[in-house]
Design a protein around this ligand. Structure first.
Ligand code: NAD
Ligand code: 13P
Length: 415
């Protein structure tokens, strides 16, 4: 039987950490997976800092290609410094080449870049590939909101699930224990309906012929999708195999089917984490932060029920790592929290702190706050989400942190 080939599309702070996890597992489970894992890197020139163990005085500050540095030293010196990556993880600057013949595609990059990446991927992936999106954000266009897992899947005619949890990358890269949630719920397919071998088909019995499958999308609407069955000679892509791909002694995986809940938890908590940073930066302490988390969780559940009510489970927000646990960790030590806190302390914008402090890493909460606001406004609903709205208004300079208490309590009184 054939083995699955895995590619990680993205190589930032989380992209590199997930790549490390996956490459460790493909090596240990080389009966199921090809050991070598490809990691697509958005190529850039880097200079290795003097305090890095890889600093080479003969090269000095001369710029070097990030992919070459990763493949030489097995370290992403820019986005995950100090962490040794497995030698079976290969950094590849060519997106097309990195995904070639891969049956499992893991999308892990800041959400603002995914549209462009999918445009480049179309026509270059296996038709029967399956994906997992580790992206925390929602896809907003005019008055509609969708999940990145679904959007990527529809764009590339593949099925894509979602991974999200209380997962600050640096802690996991250092192999400190954490949990995550993976949602994977592909529509059932008829694998027997592929009798005609196509000439040049890489699969037996022409199993790469697409089928039109009817399924319920994250909104519960019945829709038709073009999907190609995974050929029978590969191990089935089910919950068990994804557990084997992602579970580590220090990274415990819970498999679920609620793709909407997992995706929305990861996206919306970033907006709440900014609010937690705002009140902490204002010096209001732990009670205020807990109030923000409580109100934020309520707005997350409300958003899920209101717009994805047919499929989303409230328990995903209140019980899984992708819900309340991620909200807590992100509001304690996440980048959105830290940058928002510093912005208030220093009296500068969150974007300025992001540029100064993150060395190219990208916040997702700021753009998500604007995107969620635009969507809610188009629906005439933003007054029902006072915390999400307050975060957007503070980012825009229209409101201050001191306005938060009256903004959020006014709506609660009215309910
Ligand atoms: P990051 O914040 O480290 O972002 C930097 C990455 O963006 C680099 O790989 C860089 O090459 C890439 N990039 C820059 N310009 C680009 C372009 N034009 N096109 C494509 N790529 C470009 O990224 P990350 O931390 O890996 O985050 C990826 C996703 O994972 C995000 O949605 C984030 O919310 C989520 N996430 C992050 C963490 C974390 O702790 N870092 C944890 C869980 C989930
Ligand atoms: P930040 O992007 O705010 O660092 O959040 C990381 C995260 O998603 C933790 O689960």
């Amino acid at each position: 039987s054939k083995k699955h080939k895995v590619t990680i599309v993205g190589s930032g702070n989380w992209g590199s950490t997930i790549s490390k996890i996956v490459a460790e597992n493909t090596k240990e489970n080389n009966d199921l997976f090809e050991e070598e894992v490809q990691m697509w890197v958005f190529e850039e020139n880097v200079t290795i800092p003097k305090d890095s163990k890889h600093y080479d005085a003969s090269v000095g500050d001369a710029p070097q290609k990030l992919t070459e540095v990763i493949n030489k030293y097995h370290e992403n010196v820019k986005y995950l410094p100090g962490i040794t990556l497995p030698t079976n993880l290969i950094a590849n600057p060519s997106l097309e080449d990195a995904v070639k013949n891969s049956t499992i595609l893991i999308f892990n990059l800041p959400h603002q870049f995914i549209h462009n990446v999918c445009n480049q991927l179309r026509g270059h992936i296996l038709p029967y590939a399956r994906g997992i999106s580790c992206i925390k954000g929602v896809n907003v266009t005019d008055d509609s909101v969708s999940l990145f897992s679904e959007w990527i899947g529809e764009d590339l005619d593949i099925y894509v699930g979602a991974l999200s949890g209380a997962n600050i990358a640096n802690e996991i890269a250092a192999e400190k224990w954490s949990e995550t949630t993976i949602a994977y719920d592909p529509p059932p397919m008829d694998n027997s309906r592929a009798p005609t071998p196509r000439s040049g088909s890489p699969n037996q019995a022409g199993a790469d012929i697409p089928q039109i499958v009817t399924h319920r999308d994250a909104r519960g609407r019945e829709s038709k999708t073009k999907l190609t069955p995974v050929p029978a000679e590969y191990p089935p892509l089910d919950h068990e195999i994804f557990r084997q791909l992602f579970h580590r002694p220090y990274f415990h995986v819970q498999m679920v089917s609620d793709v909407a809940g997992v995706s929305l938890g990861g996206a919306l908590k970033n907006v709440v984490a900014l609010a937690a940073g705002f009140v902490d930066g204002r010096g209001w302490g732990d009670n205020a932060k807990a109030a923000i988390m409580r109100i934020g969780l309520m707005e997350m559940v409300k958003f899920g029920k209101e717009f994805f009510g047919q499929t989303v489970r409230t328990s995903t927000f209140t019980e899984s790592s992708a819900g309340v646990a991620d909200l807590i960790t992100s509001s304690s030590g996440g980048r959105n929290f830290r940058c928002a806190k510093k912005a208030i302390e220093k009296g500068i914008s969150v974007e300025e702190v992001e540029k100064q402090d993150l060395n190219g890493q990208k916040l997702q909460g700021t753009s998500t706050a604007f995107e969620v606001y635009d969507f809610l406004k188009a629906k005439g609903k933003n007054a029902d989400y006072p915390l999400f709205t307050a975060v957007r208004d503070i980012l825009k300079g229209l409101k201050t942190v001191d306005d938060i208490p009256s903004l959020v309590s006014r709506v609660e009184r009215a309910q």
